[in-house]
Ligand binder design. Sequence first.
Ligand code: IPE
Ligand code: IPE
Ligand code: MG
Length: 260
Amino acid sequence: MSLQDLLTVVPAGSEEEELVRSIDFGRLPRHVAVIMDGNGRWAKLRHKRRVEGHRAGIHAVRDTIETSARIGLEVLTLYAFSIENWKRPQSEVSTLMSLLKKYLRSELDTLLRNNIRFRVLGRPHELPADVQEELQRAEERTSANEGLSFNIALNYGGRAEITDAVRELFRELLHDGRDPSRIDERALAAHLYTAGQPDPDLLIRTSGELRISNFLLWQIAYAEIWVTDVLWPDFRRRHLLQAIGDYQKRDRRYGGITTV
Ligand code: IPE
Ligand code: IPE
Ligand code: MG
């Protein structure tokens, strides 16, 4: 997975090829996280029902996963359904769940073929049983894969994640009779849904909204944020390449001073 790999799918002489060639493959973000937003507005613009926007968003999901794998990213996290999204009409929620199930069924082979590891971030046990089964199957079948780690944030909330981590950490401490004053950032991070994965370097949000919407609150402490007005169903390879190109121009100081 590399420059050559990407060039095989990019038309020669295109603007996209130029974008690919401008990327420094030695300085890629390790983890890219995406708030996939704007499906409803995409549908509204076309006088369609909101769920048609979700359906169309699946093309963008496929394109983003394929591009991420070709680029050679370590982790890609897509925010698919927040805990707060249960507030939506029941018909929209159930269509989202059935689209997700269909997606997992139809894409599992592609994930396997491309050595992609699939993981759920969130509280999957609160999802419908048939969806849970599909998720578990995809996690198990891809568990030995060592290429791109593809996380889907599902029934996910950043505050819920931190709360779950603290609860689990306390349970362990009590069980082992250890002193809670020894809790530190490393111990807490090891109990998050993303345990063992690097924090996102780049956070992308589509549809122009300038907010975090309870996404990866702990992990994005020093992520570079990139917002585009493009609505999620229109998001394609070139947008991801643009985001990575812009990311590589940023000066990440982590509270320190510029070193270049
Ligand atoms: C993102 O699109 C998909 C989910 C949150 C599930 P929206 O459905 O939020 O679309 P807008 O923001 O209403 O346009
Ligand atoms: C964020 O989008 C959640 C997902 C992308 C799954 P929302 O559309 O739910 O966010 P708000 O309500 O605009 O903050
Ligand atoms: Mg939205």
